[in-house]
Design a protein around this ligand. Structure first.
Ligand SMILES: C[S@@+](CC[C@H](N)C(=O)[O-])C[C@H]1O[C@@H](n2cnc3c(N)ncnc32)[C@H](O)[C@@H]1O
Length: 222
């Protein structure tokens, strides 16, 4: 599914979010600045797609130049990330987030932007992240939420009707943009997600809503 929308993925992201996506990636990267400023840090961006979260991490790191890897299982998405990353010291790896080719305790920070929600098993995904983190390592999962109140009503109208229609026309593929609202509905509530994170071995778990809860950042420490 992601491979089929790869050619228009960036354009659609920016159009459908009115460019707010850039703000969310930047805000997420900024919240991990203390890790990113350590030159010896090892950072993994899961479900990196065409790499925009990964680039935001690189920008926040500035001159520190920690090791930053982007992982995705869609070859087409990674090719775009690679093409966009000329001159930036980033590495791209094709792998499944549920079965990653790294030994235990390798990373200081693991992020996932708008990708974790798509995993076939959330608990396995969280356990895999916990396995790869060093003690005190941090995880940040940025994903969509469901805003409440009047804002929520307008948003649902947009998300369930306007977004799938525009997404289908621009991508030329029927399906993926209808799947998006369904996957958000299926995603656990913040309360449930935090409970799952605790059970997977994370402490100091928190959820910070972005833009009235349209998106939000889950954080946890190993
Ligand atoms: C909505 S895109 C998000 C891309 C990027 N992180 C961003 O913020 O634009 C979700 C990405 O997750 C990837 N993905 C979904 N399930 C995956 C899995 N099990 N392992 C690796 N990548 C996965 C898809 O291939 C896709 O590129």
């Amino acid at each position: 599914m992601f491979t089929s929308i790869a050619p228009r993925y960036d354009l659609l992201n920016h159009v459908l979010s009115c460019n707010v996506d850039r703000l969310w990636w930047r805000k997420t990267a900024r919240s991990f600045i203390s890790v990113l400023k350590q030159p010896e840090a090892r950072v993994l961006d899961l479900c990196c797609g065409t790499g925009d979260m990964t680039f935001a991490l690189r920008r926040q790191a500035g001159k520190a130049e920690p090791t930053i890897l982007g992982v995705d299982f869609s070859h087409a998405m990674l090719r775009r990330a690679y093409a966009k990353s000329a001159g930036k010291s980033l590495r791209w790896i094709e792998a499944d987030a549920l079965n990653l080719p790294f030994p235990d305790g390798q990373f200081d920070l693991i992020t996932a932007a708008f990708g974790f929600r798509n995993l076939a098993n959330y608990d396995s995904g969280l356990r895999e992240i916990a396995r790869l983190l060093r003690p005190n390592g941090e995880c940040g999962i940025l994903d969509f939420g469901e805003p409440r109140g009047l804002m929520g009503k307008f948003y649902r109208l947009y998300f369930k009707h306007v977004l799938p229609a525009v997404g289908t026309v621009i991508s030329g593929v029927k399906g993926p943009y209808a799947y998006l609202p369904v996957s958000v509905e299926r995603f656990p509530s913040p309360q449930e997600m935090l409970g799952r994170m605790r059970r997977a071995g994370f402490r100091e778990v928190s959820w910070t809503p972005y833009s009235f809860g349209i998106a939000g950042l889950y954080r946890g420490k190993k």
